[in-house]
Each structure stands twice: as C-alpha cells, then as structure tokens.
Design a protein around this ligand. Structure first.
Ligand code: FAD
Length: 442
C-alpha cells in the first residue's frame, strides 16, 4: 500500500468530546499552531449526539472543573441551563446543536479534520530526544488508514504533540472499540482492565424457572431505592451494604435498569472474560421507601378494608405486576380452605405473614448474574492507569508531549454530566499545557 506523508504541530486522535474541546482551545489560544484532528468515524462527535438521550447533559455544577468548563462554553457561545441536581444542558436541549457548534467553531479557528481515518499506531523517536522536544520538530510518527471510495490508503503523520482522546470501549457503534488501550499499551502504559459500567444488570430472577408464579416484571417502572450488598460469604448483612440510591427503577426484559441501577454498576467491578462471577453481590429494592408497609397493612386489617384481598391492598401502593410478584414471592400457598395467599382478606393475615410481605416490599431481592455489555454501557470503568498521567495537565508521565484525555484514562463517574465534564476538562488541560509550553519556546 502506498503511504502518503504529512505533518502537523499537534495531532488530536479522536474527535469526541475531549478531542473537540482540546482542538478549540488550541485554536483559540495558539492560532499559529497547526492542529489536526484524526477521527475514524465519517464525522466528529457521533457519541456526543447520543448523550443525554439526544439532549446532551454536558456538565454538572458538582463536577470537578465546573467553572472552567462553563467558561469554555461561554467563550464558544453555547447557552446553557441548570436543572435539578445541578444537571447542565444546552439551552436548546439538542446534542446535535452542541456537535455543530463544536465542529464549526474548531473549523473556523483553522483546525483541520481528517475523518474516516483510523489510527493504527504511534511511534516516538526516542525518550532522550523527546525530553528535548521543540514544536516544529517531528517527534511522533502516527500511522493511519483511510478507507474511501478510492480504496485503502496508509498515511504517515509526523508531529510534536499527540493528544490521545480516543475514548474507551462503551458504545462501540460510536467509534470506540478500545483502540486507544492497545495503542497506549504499545507506548508502555499500564491498562487497568476495562469493564462496562453505567448500564443495566441481568438477574437470576428473570430465569424462567425462578420466577414466582411465572410473573414477569419486564416493562414495569417504579420509584424506589436500590441497595447493593457485597459479601464473599454471601450472608449480606446490613454492614455489607456498599451502595444505595433512590430513583426510578426500570424492570426490563433482562433485569434491572434506570439511572440508580446504572450508578450501582460502578460498584460492581467484575471481569466476565476472566471468569469472575457476581455471586458476591446482592441487590435489594425498597418499593415503598416513604413509609412502613406493615403499618399500612395493619391499618387496613380493621374497618372498611378488612375483607379486601391482600393482593388488592398491595395494588393500591404498587403497580400490578410488582404487587403480584411481591405477594407471590412472600406467599405461603393456599390456606386450609384452599384460598390463595393474595385472595385472602387482609384481616386474616397474622403478624408473621404481614412481616413476610413487608420484607419483600422493602427489600425485594435480586441476584445479579451479569452486567450488560459494551453496546449498552455508557462508560468504561478502567483504562490507562492514573499513576502514569499528570493529573493537572493530562500529559503521560512515560512519554513526553503525549497527552491522554477523557474516557481513555481510568476515570469514570456517575450519571449526571460528570463523564462529559471529565472529557471536556482533561481535553482543556492538555491543550492549555501545550499552549503554555509553546509560549515559553517562542
Ligand atoms: C448513549 C450514551 C449516552 C451518554 N450520555 C451522557 C450524558 O448525558 N452526560 C455525560 O456526562 N456523559 C454521557 N455519556 C458518556 C460520555 O459520552 C463519554 O464519557 C464521553 O463522550 C467521553 O469522551 P471522550 O472524548 O473521552 O471519548 P468519545 O466521546 O467516546 O470520543 C472518542 C473518539 O475517538 C474516536 N476514535 C477511537 N478510536 C480511534 C482510532 N483508532 N482512530 C481515530 N479515531 C478514533 C472515536 O470514533 C470517537 O469519536 C454517554 C455515553 C453514551 C454511550
């Protein structure tokens, strides 16, 4: 294959959130620098378009570097608004608008884009030479492959600075399949095993043989509290609780989902490919966190509701599939006159039976068997070890003038704008460091 050659002062690999922030910052602060963004997808920002269900939850007032991020967006003319819990969105609530603004702003500042081009390898000349680097000297040699209608071409790019903003493995359809990990490893970096996070979990209770009375919960949503217990001995006492969050729990066709469940997966690190299991984890769901269901039932055991069947009483506080599921799980079978548990009048329930229902309403147990895979995950847990990255500048501590930003590094956060914040702020830090270095060398 014939190889084309070109050069740039700074090459940013990855036109995602981090790469675009770095490109614009360089364009604004060091207009003389020749900046090239290499992006393997046909256009930059594919993942950004999908964020926040197309609304792009760009930041959070509680995120590290929040004011710096807002300053950046003000400078490029993005109007934002802050919602409950500090969530920040573009005023238009359109992720597509954010991508248009970022790419147009970068292009207007002279940033060049090479889209549809995939980075295959990075080589640097030698570590002793690299430490004496100067802008203008070509220290890195990047090999990329461009596939277009003329066929496949290999391109060699020489550059003084590289920003690796290649993301992780979550959402591979947006271009992130973990290339960055392989390339960083080849440059000598340690990679903390990447695993999917911010996604749903598959549970044993969805196995057809384990469903009480064959009841399926798929398609049901409920407000509640999820708690995660971690105990290698599988006793799961209160002291083994490692996570708790209130929110909307979605019972899907495979198991549990919803923002609070997504956040829980960050506490369930396990490597399926290494044969690890999730046996040491147990999830409990409180479906009635605002009160004591036992008290609620006892109130109804006398008076107007005394003859109402237990199933009906539960359906006054829980959605039907959940009420049926709870009662089927807590139930002890038909009584001596053949009446099913859920059909017995509430007044006929003794203390032990009320307690059994309450235990299932306040601590309904689910046994996780699998975290959903990369296609469903919003973020990568793991990545380039933080021990080898300068936290303030995003520069590699192993290879001078190489920067590792965004999700490629071993940093992940809960839902709510924190992961994009990490991408923006680490991209900006890399760009600012290059700008500063460049200024001292002029
Ligand atoms: C569906 C979904 C919704 C999300 N919603 C939110 C949200 O609302 N708020 C939030 O804070 N976070 C959200 N996230 C997480 C957030 O999008 C990511 O953490 C963030 O985009 C990471 O930024 P990044 O720049 O590090 O990587 P990315 O944005 O993933 O960009 C990496 C880029 O590198 C390119 N690339 C990779 N390999 C190569 C190669 N070999 N050669 C050339 N280019 C390459 C990719 O094509 C990609 O464009 C969401 C994620 C998903 C999947």
């Amino acid at each position: 294959m014939e190889k084309e050659r070109r050069s740039a002062d700074v090459v940013i690999v990855g036109g995602g959130a981090s790469g675009l922030a770095a490109a614009i910052e360089l364009g604004m602060k060091a207009p003389d620098l020749d900046v090239l963004v290499i992006e393997k997808m046909p256009e930059p920002g594919r993942k950004i378009r999908a964020t926040g269900s197309g609304r792009c939850n760009i930041s959070n007032t509680g995120a590290a570097g929040f004011s710096r991020i807002m300053e950046f967006f003000r400078e490029i003319g993005l109007v934002t608004r802050v919602y409950e819990n500090g969530l920040v969105y573009p005023y238009s609530e359109s992720a597509a608008d954010v991508v248009t603004l970022l790419t147009e702003r970068a292009a207007s500042l002279g940033v060049k884009f090479a889209c549809g081009e995939e980075l295959m390898s990075i080589k640097y000349i030698s570590s002793s030479l690299v430490s004496e680097s100067l802008p203008g000297s070509n220290l890195f040699r990047l090999e990329t492959v461009l596939k277009d209608r003329d066929g496949m071409r290999s391109i060699i790019t020489q550059t003084s600075f590289v920003i690796m903003a290649m993301g992780g493995k979550a959402g591979p359809s947006f271009g992130t399949i973990g290339d960055g990990f392989r390339i960083a490893r080849n440059l000598g970096h340690k990679i903390v095993t990447p695993v999917p996070a911010l996604t749903g979990i598959e549970c044993d209770e969805w196995d057809a043989g384990r469903r009480p009375c064959g009841i399926t919960l798929g398609g049901t949503r409920s407000a509640g509290v999820v708690s995660l217990y971690k105990d290698p001995d599988e006793v799961f006492g209160e002291e083994t609780k490692v996570f708790e969050e209130a929110g909307e729990i979605q019972f899907t066709k495979y198991g549990l989902s919803g923002i609070c469940v997504f956040n829980m997966t960050r506490h369930m690190r396990y490597d399926r490919r290494a044969g690890e299991s999730l046996d040491e984890f147990l999830v409990k769901v409180d479906l009635f966190p605002d009160g004591d269901i036992a008290e609620y039932i006892r109130d109804r055991q006398n008076g107007n509701f005394a003859d109402t069947p237990a199933g009906e009483i539960l359906r006054t506080v829980l959605k039907e599939p959940l009420a049926d599921y709870v009662i089927a799980s807590a139930g002890s079978g038909p009584d001596e006159s053949g009446r099913a548990f859920e059909d017995r009048p509430i007044s006929s329930f003794n203390d032990e039976e009320v307690r059994a229902i309450a235990d299932h309403v306040h601590a309904l147990e689910f046994h996780p068997v699998q975290i959903r895979g990369w296609n469903d995950a919003q973020v990568t847990m793991g990545g380039v070890s933080l021990d080898e990255i300068n936290e303030a500048t995003s520069e590699s501590l192993l290879v001078k003038n190489l920067y590792i930003t965004g999700e490629l590094a071993d940093r992940d956060f809960q839902c709510g704008g924190y992961n994009l914040s990490n991408a923006w702020i680490t991209g900006l830090a890399a760009a600012d460091d290059i700008v500063q270095l460049y200024a001292t060398l002029l």
